[in-house]
Design a binder for this molecule. Structure first.
Ligand code: GLN
Length: 487
């Protein structure tokens, strides 16, 4: 069986001139054409642009002007602005929106001379856990086409899983990088809040949103993060610290590292197979030299989902008020301005987005603000403090990424709360602003399982070390989904 390509391996093939960027791009485009009918993970495929950019990359390589991602074909989630390329956010509101500018992360990748293959499908405005809320199309899980790919970055996760892109960028507000990564058997990193610029990311909940890499390996995640992270004058919440060379510390191993497994991540609602993958991972890391602490607790974890579903919709209701038919996107006609706004939103937003806006405006309204929003903000501080305290005892936390493997298409659409519950293990990291990574950790009934590591603020280096050590000792990340067709 032919191995799936990685960013690191492709970079080696490019620098050693065993392959050109154009040949590499054509191979990935071949994979897209071979699987897209079944997987449907792209909103837009920019084939012509990709071939042009690959050609430019080849010219740079010939001149010896190579950055770490030059010539690497990649995809971008459809809520990141791409100049002159449709950016729909998988919403009817932005169905025809072509931004005049690049998001900072996209600009950074452009400067590295990466190759843009197109835009990844997602839940509308990144609200959802299955990509079924997309107004454009449904995406299917490459491991089993009757299952969802997770969400909201379901398109990116499915694409990377079957080599329709060597990496993709997703966004994670409550789990949207990690949960689909777990469902599709790839690596997904949500960086520390503020490490990566949000300029040009269509805002969902600004105090929680982060952009991050979706890759096949931890090594690739380290390479991509370095390229996209760092100070940005256009985003005042972006940290000014210099970005370390994460790749350099990958091989440091885990000897002496303390890994904690919080009891709350072994709740009865979590599948036995998910728990078992964590127990097995702990064993692997112990053999590699880490110490495992089973006796720690994050008691406020049980409030995290409730806090998230107050704070995220509140911020969303404010952020989405800009879609009024005047400034951006879809515009309806009517007798007066109120009519226009009402009709524009009625037609432009799907049911889940409307639900979040209503929830958000309700909890922010006078009389409810103190009872819901203010209280949720206080609990948010407690959750953050609990993480701070626990990181005095351990270096990294380990647990499952999701309570179950990928669920069936349509299975949770009628029950929003059941859908929300798939984020129960991922939202705490967003609430506290800490980095977290999901890594393939096994299979159950032929569907991938993800394990999640969390670290203190700016602890990405440790996450990569632990994750890389784990991947050196396991082979889950090398498996192919059945839909992948090698040349
Ligand atoms: N599934 C969660 C939600 O619907 C998380 C989404 C996200 O991280 N963008 O809010």
């Amino acid at each position: 069986m032919k191995d799936l390509l990685t960013v690191a391996k492709s970079r080696h093939l490019l620098t050693s001139k065993q392959i050109s960027a154009l040949e590499l791009t054509k191979e990935i485009l071949r994979c897209i054409h071979a699987t897209e009918d079944e997987v449907a993970s792209y909103v837009t495929i920019t084939e012509e642009l990709a071939l042009q950019q690959a050609d430019q990359a080849d010219k740079c390589i010939q001149k010896g002007q190579m950055h770490s991602l030059t010539g690497i074909p990649m995809q971008i989630k459809d809520n990141l602005s791409t100049a002159n390329v449709l950016t729909t956010c998988s919403s009817n509101m932005l169905r025809n929106y072509i931004p005049p500018f690049n998001a900072t992360v996209v600009e950074k990748l452009r400067k590295e001379k990466t190759v843009l293959l197109g835009k990844g499908n997602m839940d509308e405005f990144a609200m959802g856990s299955s990509t079924e809320n997309s107004a454009i199309k449904r995406t299917y899980n490459p491991w089993d086409l009757t299952k969802v790919p997770g969400g909201s970055s379901g398109g990116p996760a499915a694409s990377v899983a079957c080599q329709q892109a060597l990496f993709s960028l997703g966004s994670d507000t409550g789990g949207s990088i990690r949960q689909p990564a777990a469902f599709c058997g790839i690596v997904g990193l949500k960086p520390t809040y503020g490490l990566v610029s949000r300029y040009g990311l269509v805002a969902f909940a600004s105090s929680l949103d982060q952009v991050g890499p979706m890759t096949r390996t931890v090594e690739d995640s380290a390479i991509v993060l370095r390229a996209i992270a760092g100070r940005d004058r256009a985003d005042a919440t972006c940290l000014t610290r210099t970005v370390p060379d994460y790749e350099k510390s990958l091989d440091k191993g885990v000897k002496g590292l303390r890994i904690g497994i919080p009891t709350e991540y072994f709740d009865p609602e979590i599948d036995e197979t998910a728990k078992q993958s964590v127990i097995d991972a702990a064993q692997v890391l112990k053999e590699n030299g880490a110490t495992i602490d089973w006796d720690i607790s994050l008691p406020s974890t049980k409030y995290a989902l409730a806090v998230y579903y107050i704070i995220a919709p509140s911020e969303a209701s404010a952020n989405l008020s800009r879609y009024d038919g005047v400034k951006f996107g879809h515009a309806s006609s009517g007798d007066n301005i109120w009519d226009v706004i009402e009709k524009t939103r009625q037609e432009g937003f799907g049911p889940e987005v409307k639900r979040r806006i209503m929830l958000g405006t309700h909890v922010l309204s006078s009389g409810y603000y103190d009872a819901y929003y203010l209280r949720a903000s206080k609990v948010r501080t407690i959750i953050t403090q609990e993480f701070k305290n626990i990181f005095k005892k351990v270096d990294v936390l380990l647990g499952p990424t999701t309570p179950t493997t990928a669920f069936g298409v349509g299975e949770k659409m009628a029950d929003p709360v059941a859908m929300y519950k798939s984020d129960i293990l991922t939202v705490p990291a967003n609430i506290a602003g800490i980095p977290a990574i999901s890594i393939p950790g096994g299979f159950s009934n032929n569907l991938p399982l993800g394990i999640q590591f969390m670290a203190p603020h700016l602890g990405e280096e440790i996450l990569f070390r632990v994750g890389h050590s784990y991947q050196q000792s396991t082979s889950w990340h090398l498996m192919h989904p059945p839909v992948f067709k090698a040349n």
